[in-house]
Design a protein around this ligand. Structure first.
Ligand SMILES: Cc1cc2nc3c(=O)[nH]c(=O)nc-3n(C[C@H](O)[C@H](O)[C@H](O)COP(=O)(O)OP(=O)(O)OC[C@H]3O[C@@H](n4cnc5c(N)ncnc54)[C@H](O)[C@@H]3O)c2cc1C
Length: 379
């Protein structure tokens, strides 16, 4: 489906440092092709969401289920049985919380919370356990616009770009082409860091405007570019980085009797790359393994919820922890300058970064101290 709609084929990633050095890391085409995949796709979000929703709807209907579009969940029902709290369903309205439509309630042995960073089901799970839902140290603000005619990014295949530039640090500025001639341009920064900068720096939108209009390296590339009207959008990204004093599970409690949360509702966005779609799909798949329609017909049990949270962190914990370490390192301007300069000069580092993007084994190798020392420090 993706290939039959307009998209951009990603063959590499360009990393830029505060002092202007750049390194282009090619994606390992062969590793992907061996798995029958193309190296990478970028496409407009509205297009991706349409395809995902269309296919999901078809599958639900084929399995005898129903789909309601435009329904807003306003409340999550909890019952207490033998001293144990259990989520038993949701209620809400078609057409949004303030619509004139009648309130409808649904009950089920299992409710899956997939409502993104502010999902009412995932909020209920943390509220019932008196644990924090939002944590500004691990929530990131994101802002994006679509631009046409950005210099150097007009083709239908090529790099995506990530720039660690002074004005956006400790976040980054990105240029992701989404189809021929159109580029998703954005920046992101941890909410806690944005707070610290308040007074000194501006909003993400203002920072982005400055980069596009004033930054010596970028203003040239945007000289003939035009903003796609009404494409400005801001969001929050709930990162999956490990919490320092997590009261129960990592990255936070995301399941209980009667409910499991997935994707952004489970706070699983990669804290270095900002990607969350992969982990959303992966955890959605996981819930279907933990829920047994027959065995759990009377209600999804607490021990099932615990098993889900443990499997999730076993599967994703090390990758998310590594990404957090990288995110913290990139805060230090001199480290970023040094690393990117080194990578641009030493072929082995470029190769290592490229393999890291494709394989978990290579990611583990990077954290081997001897490998690190050999590759980064030795001439
Ligand atoms: C600027 C930006 C750029 C990004 N770029 C990338 C990228 O390049 N690659 C990548 O992998 N990830 C990227 N991400 C992260 C990615 O968008 C998310 O991780 C992903 O969308 C999570 O999917 P989800 O289904 O869990 O949540 P969402 O996509 O947020 O979907 C949640 C859905 O629930 C609905 N909803 C919310 N509340 C209610 C309610 N009360 N009742 C009913 N429905 C409700 C919402 O309307 C929405 O449709 C980016 C994020 C941002 C902000």
């Amino acid at each position: 489906m993706v290939e039959s709609t307009p998209h951009y084929v990603v063959d590499s990633i360009v990393f830029g440092s505060p002092n202007g050095s750049e390194v282009r890391v090619m994606l390992p085409k062969e590793s992907y092709e061996a798995k029958g995949l193309l190296s990478g796709y970028a496409l407009p979000r509205v297009q991706f969401d349409y395809m995902l929703f269309k296919r999901a709807t078809e599958m639900v209907l084929e399995a005898g289920g129903s789909v309601i579009q435009g329904f807003s969940v306003n409340d999550v029902a909890v019952e207490v049985e033998d001293g144990e709290q259990r989520i038993v369903g949701v209620s809400g309205k078609a057409g949004g919380a303030r619509s004139e439509e009648p309130e409808l309630s649904f009950s089920a042995p299992l409710t899956v919370g997939a409502g993104g960073y502010n999902c009412p089901v995932s909020r209920k799970i943390t509220e019932v356990h008196d644990e924090p839902h939002r944590d500004d140290e691990h929530f990131c603000g994101g802002y994006r616009e679509y631009w046409e005619n950005v210099e150097g990014l007009g083709d239908s295949e090529g790099p995506i770009e990530i720039h660690f530039i002074d004005e956006v640090l400790p976040g980054y500025f990105w240029l992701f082409p989404v189809k021929e001639g159109v580029v998703n341009v954005g920046c992101g920064m941890l909410i806690s860091e944005q707070r610290k900068q308040r007074g000194k720096k501006k909003s993400l939108k203002q920072i982005q405007r400055w980069v596009i209009e004033e930054h010596p390296g970028f203003k040239k590339r945007f000289a003939n570019a035009t903003l796609v009207p009404k494409s400005e959008k801001g969001w929050q990204l709930p990162f999956g980085s490990p919490r320092k004093k997590a009261p129960s599970y990592q990255p936070r409690r995301v399941a209980m009797a009667g409910a499991m949360a997935v994707g952004d509702a489970a706070s699983l966005v990669d804290p270095f790359s900002g990607e969350g779609i992969g982990n959303a799909l992966l955890t959605a798949k996981m819930t279907s393994r933990h829920f047994d329609k027959e065995m759990h017909s009377g209600g999804f049990p607490e021990d099932g919820a615990v098993a889900y949270m443990e499997e999730m962190w076993d599967e994703l914990g090390s990758e998310l922890t590594n990404s957090k370490t990288l995110q913290s390192l990139m805060k230090w301007k001199r480290v970023t300058n040094w690393f990117i300069k080194k990578a641009s000069k030493k072929e082995e580092i470029g190769k290592m970064m490229s393999e890291m993007i494709a394989s978990k084994e290579a990611q583990k190798a990077l954290w081997n101290p001897w490998f690190m020392f050999k590759t980064l420090i030795l001439p």
